[in-house]
Write a protein that binds this ligand. Sequence first.
Ligand code: DMJ
Length: 463
Amino acid sequence: MKTTSTLSALLLSLLILFSFQAHSQAVEMASASIDISQLIDKAEMANRVKTEFLHAWNGYKKYAWGYDALQPLSKKPHNWYKKSLLMTPVDAFDTMILMDLTEEAKETKELIFKNLDFDVDMDVQNFEVSIRILGGLLSAYELDGDRRFLSLAEDLAKRLMKAFNSPSGMPFRYVNLKTGATSGEISNPAEIGTYLIEYGTLSKHTGNPEYYNTAMKAMAALYELRSPINLTAEGINVETNKVTNPVSHISGCIDSYLEYMLKGSILFNDKQLTAMWKPTIEAVNKYLADQSNDTLWYGQSDMYTGKRTSTKYGALDAFFAGTLAMDNDLKRAEALQNSNYLMWKQNGVEPESINYKTMKVENGSYILRPENFESVYYLYQYTNDQRYLEMGKKMFENLVKSCRTHEAYTAIQDVRTMEKKDYMESFFFAETLKYAFLLFDDSGKLEFHKVIFNTEAHPYKRG
Ligand code: DMJ
């Protein structure tokens, strides 16, 4: 009996020793794979991204020069409204500067000063025109220095500001650039609270505080409509000041309101925003986060009860890993970026939305969205972890494989079949390729910690 138990003890020790060695080997292998990742040639990757930017840009130039955007499959130009606002050129300009595409930047600048005119009788979507055009003109001014960019920005802002002419100070969704007429009272937090970074930057450069105050008033009015547990509604009526849809989440329609609360507090050192951000992020993490073991997602909940209403997550939500990193919550940021990458990898390119409980695709389209690249870039900046270079490289290669056309880049109708869709968004130039490029770029032309990006990836200097 004694001999048997001594033998079993010996066997057990051998087993423990063996599994310990196996574990050490596994750890060594894991670190070896990290060493391999260090072989990523960042300069070569940055150059590859730049080459693809040029490929897409040349397609735009050839078939849609002067229009808002290109439809790459039919090779037709597209305008958002009756007259072009040069969505693609204005959105793309600062990426050209950062990529040192001097010739392209020069001809784009000439096009902008020759053709961009806001004195047009047409209703535009305040949010989209603000983040893309006003946002692009302001970063163009900061990077290029030509005061004509600032004049255009101020002319546009004066027209768009009419949208804020509501009883609450929260903007209507649409405004006529010539007459100032407004429409669209049923709005959402993203379209109400995503102006502060642009308007504050404009106030800084013009010395006129009215822009900052207008954006801040709208944001504060929106914040007042939070629920007693500090969650934000998806739907708001800016005329009646009432909630029209009580669902809360971090996704499209709310996303950039959260982003601007944090970024605004940093860029302008605004204590009111810091005081708003603290209870907001606590509520988001308490009622929207869905965590099990090391896995983190953010779902949708009722703003009054905090009860989960859906386990939908998608391409737009992916920005939040970067926001968490910026808020010094690296633990959640890294966990969420793992989920983002999982969502991307599952089909080779991320879909618009999935159910994170079943991992089933709910909406299979991919419209060249940037948020996953954005968060990879942020995470790499905050951690210096080579894993994020690996992620970015893989995602970029997938993008090239699935979205590249003979003469440009295009959206995907459904990532399950990879059938293509005929549109190239301006944010592909402003954001997706910019973040992919900056992830690998070591030129020092843009110092991450010295800028804040607007939600369309247009960078503004801090301080
Ligand atoms: C961009 O226009 C902005 O990033 C916006 O905040 C959300 N959606 C698109 C990109 O996906």
